[in-house]
Structure formats: C-alpha cells, structure tokens
Write a protein that binds this ligand. Structure first.
Ligand SMILES: CC(C)(COP(=O)(O)OP(=O)(O)OC[C@H]1O[C@@H](n2cnc3c(N)ncnc32)[C@H](O)[C@@H]1OP(=O)(O)O)[C@@H](O)C(=O)NCCC(=O)NCCSC(=O)C[C@H](O)C(=O)O
Ligand SMILES: [Mg+2]
Length: 284
C-alpha cells in the first residue's frame, strides 16, 4: 500500500517551491503546469518540471498537464511521457473516451509502464460520468477532486461543511470504491485558516478519502496526522485481528471485541488500517 495522505501542488514555474519540496514531508507531489502557471511561462515550466521529476527521493512525483482543450495539452503529455513521473494528472476529465485518448497518447509518447493516469473530476459532467471515467482504464489509478472548479461550475459558495459540494463528492467516492481506485479530496484555499483546514481534513477522512490535495507546506503536518490511523485505531485493529484469528482457530466466524460484534468485514477493515500504518511507518 502506498500512502497518499498529503499530495502537494507546486506551481511548475516557481523555482523556490520546486526546490523547497525536496525537504517537505509530502507523500506525493503534483508539479503543476495548469492553473498555477501563467500562459507565457508554460513552456519554461514544462521544461523545468520534466527535468526535476527524479529529484524528490521517495516522494511520489506526478505532473499535472494542461487540459485536453488547451493549446499546451499535447506537448505537455509528450514531454511528461518522456519524463516518466509516477503519474500524469489530467484536469477536467469528462468521459471514458478522454481517458482512452490520454492512455493512447502516453503509449505513443513512450511513457514507461509505471507512469499512471490520475484523472481530475471537477465538472458537473464528470460527477455524472464518474464511474465510466474511473473504470475506463487500468492505467488510471487515482481520482482527484477539483473542488474549486466544481464550485465555480455549480455557482456554489464555499461554506464550512461544504454542503453544496457533498453530492459531487459522494458520487466520486462511490465511483472510486466501486472500481477499486484511490481518491483524493480537493484543496483548501485559505492557507492561514488552520482550524477550517483541519475540520475539512477530518470531514474528508470521515467520508472515506485516502488523502487530500494541498497548496501550502503548512498544510502538510495536520493532513498527514489526520489521514493516518491513530494509535488507538492501530491498537483496536490489532485486537480485532488477533481475536478473530483466535475465533477462527476455534471454528467460529463471529466474535465480540469490547462488547462489539466482529465479522470478516471488520477484520478486512482492521487489516487495511494496519497495512496503512505499516506503509506510513507508524505501526510500532
Ligand atoms: C498559496 C501560495 C501562493 C502562497 O505563497 P507564499 O505567500 O509564497 O507562501 P509563503 O510565503 O507562506 O511560503 C513559505 C515557504 O513555502 C514555500 N511554498 C509555498 N507554497 C509552496 C508549495 N505549494 N510547494 C512548495 N513550497 C511552497 C515558499 O516558497 C516559501 O519557501 P521559503 O522561501 O523557503 O520560506 C503558494 O503556497 C502556492 O503557490 N501554492 C500552490 C498553488 C497552486 O499550485 N495552485 C494550483 C493547484 S490547486 C488547483 O488548481 C485546484 C483544482 O484544480 C481545483 O479546481 O480545485
Ligand atoms: Mg481545477
């Protein structure tokens, strides 16, 4: 299991941020060629980003290309295919057909097998097509929420608790889980609002997101903490797996732990928690 609690965007034209990220505790990075890069800086950013893919140690490094309907998309995809990041992040994916086109372009561009597709879901059409997008290709491994664009398209307001976005978030989560893909929550724009950010991380985790996309280094620590299993969750998961194994050895399929019924499905969840803790390095 690969942890993707914290996934930090960095503007591809910002040399300082690209350098700084080499020391930051992000599980994954998105080197951005899209929204965070001005039109006249797109080509220089593409060159810089592609040249720096291998410089981030164990962090999972991805490149966000410009959208399918832009003049930069084809050249971005060709360059990214050659650079061979862990994934190409594609904004505003709206259909399975678009995923197939991206897949073909990566193959034609000579992308290595390990370069996957992360599709951004950020339009009303994408929400309604979430399952077909998620299921379109084995190369597509991660769905990424684009909540700024989604709010804009919906004419929705940003409010604590995100009520206007919950329908879209739920559809995307259902699609991810139905197709066995990882799913990342959208960004929180107010980098100074620590309390609001933490509340949104907790909400995202409760929803079932695997992690959250971020825009500022200060968001890393709370995000890593909130999306990691707590010590109490790890202890409980250990107790559940141990009790269930004991029960199985005694020929039983169900057992109680601390007064609660435990069946195979709870054990599967406990194992997922232990695998994640192991991958993060907090299992002990
Ligand atoms: C939001 C920012 C513009 C704030 O920048 P700034 O005011 O420079 O921040 P600080 O002065 O507090 O920075 C402190 C140091 O941290 C480095 N830094 C800042 N941000 C990053 C980053 N993202 N990655 C790595 N390092 C970063 C600064 O260089 C400072 O370093 P030092 O000088 O050594 O102290 C800025 O944070 C920023 O640009 N963030 C990313 C914005 C971005 O990428 N936006 C696009 C992606 S989000 C999106 O598109 C959402 C989606 O599509 C949707 O629809 O929702
Ligand atoms: Mg967007």
């Amino acid at each position: 299991m690969r942890p993707r609690r914290s996934v930090l965007y960095m503007p591809g034209a910002n040399e300082r941020a690209l350098e700084k990220a080499k020391t930051l505790p992000a599980d994954a990075l998105i080197l951005d060629l899209e929204d965070a890069v001005a039109p006249d800086a797109k080509e220089a950013a593409r060159e810089r980003v592609c040249a720096s893919v291998s410089q981030y140690g164990s962090r999972e490094v991805t490149i966000r290309v410009n959208g399918l309907d832009t003049e930069w998309h084809d050249a971005d995809l060709r360059a990214a295919a050659q650079a061979g990041p862990a994934a190409v992040v594609v904004p505003k994916v709206n259909s399975a057909g678009e995923v197939h086109n991206i897949e073909r372009a990566l193959e034609l561009g000579g992308a290595p097998e390990h370069t996957k597709i992360w599709a951004m879901l950020e339009t009303p059409v994408a929400m309604l097509h979430a399952e077909e997008i998620a299921a379109a290709s084995d190369r597509l491994t991660v769905l990424v929420m684009g909540t700024n664009d989604l709010a804009k398209e919906l004419h929705a307001e940003f409010v604590p608790g995100r009520a206007p976005l919950l329908g879209g978030l739920s559809l995307a989560l259902l699609a991810a889980r139905a197709t066995g893909k990882v799913i990342l929550d959208g960004v929180y724009n107010d980098v100074k609002d620590v309390e609001g950010f933490e509340a949104e991380c907790v909400q995202g985790r409760q929803f079932g997101f695997d992690g959250k996309t971020l825009i500022h280094p200060a968001q890393l620590e709370p995000c890593n903490r909130i999306f990691a299993p707590s010590a109490a969750e790890i202890a409980s998961a250990r107790k559940i797996t141990a009790a269930f194994e004991e029960a199985r050895a005694a020929g039983k399929g169900v057992v109680t732990v601390d007064g609660r019924m435990i069946e195979n499905l709870h054990v599967e969840n406990a194992r997922r928690i232990l695998d994640l803790a192991e991958a993060i390095g907090t299992a002990e």
